[in-house]
Design a protein around this ligand. Structure first.
Ligand SMILES: [Zn+2]
Length: 493
């Protein structure tokens, strides 16, 4: 048989993780055997040459017995040392008691601030079962939560591969959006809030604006009574038309309850696509874009203004239609002011930063890219345009920043150098060079700053609120060393 963990750690310093658990099992086993023999603590204490209080500490898993005492206990209880240290609990009840004891001593239970239940023979078995069952379920859910970001990254990678292969164009959703618009007599131009209410009515849904929509939701659909609940609040980052169209999208696209994160993500992309395909209908949008291309005047802000949508929606929609209808390959990026990429798409060969799973979301964008430089531009009225030489070629990008409740973001659209002739803003003389993902480009602090501050800075990382934000590598995960060093340099006088 294998050596029990307890005896492995007995002579060395006890392992912080294994020892308490094994002491609990040992203590329960001693108590079970003692009671089975009808012995009091005093009687067993006399038999093994120790006092009742010491035995009690051992039975409660709070003291580690010396090997000599362990041998005496085995003799007095008529078992072998292996029996005492064995892994199988002596009874179902003992197993539950061990489990509850272990849980109550763990950090998760401590974090709940609940009173500790005294584990005694008077505790009913079903209460024990319930407490242990709840603990187990809570731990399982915590584990699931921890596991999600990794699963989310992989699901994002798979989804991006599909979008790239299809040039981000989904004709089946275009067809469904077209049918819905046809049914309510859409005649062209921006899609009004009024028309969208007509669409909801056409699909058999009534709209209800409420003041107590759950904080974690943008809308809630009651499929039984065919009602859609929306917030009354005016303080929303999201176009109310998009929120409603996304809710209707789940219905029109016949989505079922997602079984995993990947399916959840695919559905979200599909409903976003559906909403955009209604706000910027394919036919008039493509006609508009073809005219702009012929005039060599393509500009995302013009799409935004013509169809009365957000810059982000306009940029997204451009990526749906650019390759299929205009023969233009492109990339899109939504980047937080901290430099972390929130959303990205490309079919033009641009090299986005990636983690080991191939995920782009959560990675820091190159400091020399348009998506980062735009934050320093004072003129927020016009789009910022820049040429960037990268290891995978020269790209021209156009970007804007927008403020949302969760911070300031840049939204950028880029194309390979050969395609820039179709875009307004191609005459910019701003040109940057990026070596990323080579660390020497912008990930490592400049040599003079590093010399001055390496080993002299102790920043405390702000926790990333974004689910997908992976920790960039470095001495302090989640902290941008260059920023910290530059900050120190500026403030130290
Ligand atoms: Zn860089």
């Amino acid at each position: 048989m294998t050596t029990p963990a307890w005896s492995r750690t007995a002579s060395a310093a006890p392992s912080r993780q294994a020892a308490p658990l094994d002491l609990i099992s040992l203590g329960r086993r001693v108590r079970h055997l003692r009671k089975g023999k009808g012995l009091t603590l005093d009687r067993l204490g006399e038999a093994v040459g120790t006092v009742a209080s010491q035995l009690s500490l051992i039975e409660n898993g709070k003291r580690e017995p010396k090997l000599s005492l362990l041998k005496s206990l085995a003799v007095a209880l008529d078992v072998t040392i292996d029996d005492l240290l064995g892994s199988a609990p002596p009874s179902r009840r003992a197993a539950l008691e061990i489990e509850l004891e272990r849980a109550q001593r763990g950090p998760l239970y401590a974090s709940l601030g609940l009173p500790t239940v005294r584990i005694s023979s008077r505790l009913p078995l079903e209460v024990l079962e319930a407490l242990v069952g709840l603990q187990g379920e809570l731990e399982r859910r915590m584990d699931e939560q921890v596991a999600t970001p990794e699963e989310a990254r992989r699901a994002n990678v798979e989804l991006r591969a599909v979008m790239r292969e299809r040039n981000n164009y989904f004709p089946e959703i275009e067809t469904q959006a077209h049918a819905v618009l046809d049914a309510v007599g859409y005649a062209g131009g921006p899609v009004s809030q009024h028309l969208i209410a007509d669409i909801a009515a056409h699909l058999g849904f009534s709209l209800h604006h409420v003041g107590d929509l759950p904080h974690s939701t943008r809308s809630v659909t009651d499929l039984k009574n065919r009602r859609i609940y929306l917030t009354q609040s005016q303080r929303t980052d999201h176009d109310p038309r998009s929120v409603l169209l996304q809710a209707l999208g789940h219905y029109v696209l016949e989505h079922r309850t997602p079984e995993n994160y990947g399916e959840f993500l695919r559905q979200r992309v599909a409903t976003n696509y559906f909403a955009a395909a209604l706000l910027l209908p394919e036919k008039p949008t493509v006609e508009y874009l073809k005219r702009a291309k012929a005039a060599k005047e393509i500009a995302v802000e013009d799409i935004r203004d013509t169809f009365a949508v957000s810059y982000e929606t306009a940029a997204h929609r451009f990526t749906n239609l650019a390759t299929e209808h205009l023969d233009i390959r492109t990339h899109f990026q939504k980047t937080h002011k901290s430099g972390i990429i929130y959303k990205a798409y490309e079919n033009d060969g641009v090299t986005f930063p990636q983690d080991h799973t191939g995920a782009i979301e959560g990675q820091p964008s190159c400091r020399r890219w348009t998506s980062r430089v735009v934050f320093d531009v004072q003129d927020k009225f016009r789009a910022y345009n820049q040429y960037t030489d990268t290891p995978s070629g020269t790209y021209w990008c156009t970007a804007r920043t927008e403020r949302a409740a969760s911070g300031e973001f840049s939204l950028s659209i880029g194309v390979p150098y050969a395609q820039v002739k179709w875009f307004r803003g191609r005459d910019t003389d701003i040109r940057e060079t990026s070596f990323c993902p080579d660390e020497s480009c912008c990930r490592r602090p400049p040599a003079d700053l590093a010399r001055e501050w390496s080993g002299q800075a102790w920043p405390s990382a702000r926790a990333h609120s974004h689910l997908l934000a992976a920790m960039p590598p470095g001495a302090f995960p989640g902290v941008d060393e260059t920023e910290v060093y530059a900050f120190l340099a500026a403030h130290s006088g």
